[in-house]
Design a protein. Sequence first.
Length: 135
Amino acid sequence: RLLMPRFGEEPVLSITNVTAQNKKGADYDFNKTSRIPSGTYRIYMDRQNSSMHYKSLLLINGAIADTIKYDTLIEQKGKLCTDGKKPYTSKEIFPDNKKTLLGEITLPKGKNKITIIISDILGKEKSLTYNIDSY
């Protein structure tokens, strides 16, 4: 089960500065707004300097919307991608030096509970939930 064994404790994971980006490139900071248009979004968080999560899971109103696992790489159209509900390339996972992709969600109109769960290779989880009203 261990991808790369480590001696001692795993670095502590954290979920910070979560943003949603729509297909037009508009960003919505979940710490500053709880009301955004309905639609499809990629969810990002700040990259951690000392650690990388092993798996991310996004839930909308308790249902799994997306998951990304880093234990298996697959080939899609000549590019290496992560395995999960949907394949993502490294450029999609790390669009810049500050953000990490957690997955993609589709928000329906109305009140939505978005839960983000990240875990390390040993299964320790961190989670964060946002209540978002979509119009």
